[in-house]
Design a protein around this ligand. Sequence first.
Ligand code: B12
Ligand code: SF4
Ligand code: SF4
Length: 249
Amino acid sequence: MKAKLRELVEAKLRVKEEPNSRGESDSSDQSDLSDQSNQSELSDQSDSSPKQSPQISPSEIRVFVDTAPVLERYWAWKAGLGWIGKSHQLIIPHAGSMFFLGEIFLPYEFDEYDEPMPSRCGNCRRCIDACPTHAITEAQGFDSVKCLSYQLIENRGSLSEEAVSAMHDTIYGCDRCQTACPWNKFATPNTTPEFQPKPELMAMTKDDWHNLTLEQYRKLFKGSAVKRVKFEGLKRNIAAANGNSDVIE
Ligand code: B12
Ligand code: SF4
Ligand code: SF4
């Protein structure tokens, strides 16, 4: 039943425009994800719907990918997908942690559910040792403000001194706890065309980054989560990385 429903939803459902986890909405970025006509098509599929849900109405289904205040890691763990590692990322066995979590909320009970998975981190502490700002601690605490990801994406003010000395050539986000994680040796690069970096982005030189204009920024990151940082924030990060290093990734 689950497989059939997933097949149906994946094939027919398009995400309706939703505000992100912080209650914001960027219609220019998400407009291509809104497709009411596809949602109407979904209700036309009632013949092939699962037994317990003969009438699937689009208004009964909600889809989220970091787009609403949903405890995504918790629900992923509860649904038996993987465990929340010391890195605070959900780790899927044989797949690693480098993916986005998404949820489909349905008003139906299912016949059976998977069980939450115990942690397989064991004595490993590679993410803790790799974290340049000590945002992760052995006691499974997490200091968001120390995290480079917070500093380089969410912080609207000045970067902390700790972030400036730890960022080196990184100008957006941070993945060091994930790249250190042995479970990510199982991660396979995705081949989804929409997720590939644009050739214009890959062709950017150090000088291009330093001279980045608002117009170029809008074009380079149209439809990208990078716009979360805003133009001013990215320029701040580029300037800080410039003070640290001659290279910008
Ligand atoms: C706020 C936020 C951040 C903050 C704070 C991160 C943090 N670790 O708390 C900042 C800006 C720092 C951040 C950074 C990043 N984030 Co972020 N973030 C979020 C967001 C929007 C909300 C998380 C939150 O605070 N929820 C509220 C609190 C109460 O819930 P919670 O932290 O999940 O904790 C609950 C449970 O998970 C559980 N729990 C928490 N920790 C632990 C630990 C153990 C051992 C156990 C058993 C349980 C447990 O208890 C809590 C209460 O129920 C989510 C999206 C979402 N809507 O969930 C993405 C999300 C967690 N982020 C994500 C990503 C990818 C990142 C970055 C890798 C981005 C980057 N490359 O820079 C970094 C990684 C930093 C890190 N090591 O965690 C992904 C994680 C994917 C995954 N594999 O798990 C998410 C799910 C977004 C998505 N849909 O893909 N993020
Ligand atoms: S994203 Fe970077 S700064 Fe944040 S916890 Fe992971 S390694 Fe530390
Ligand atoms: S690096 Fe080690 S401790 Fe950290 S999340 Fe991965 S397996 Fe767990």
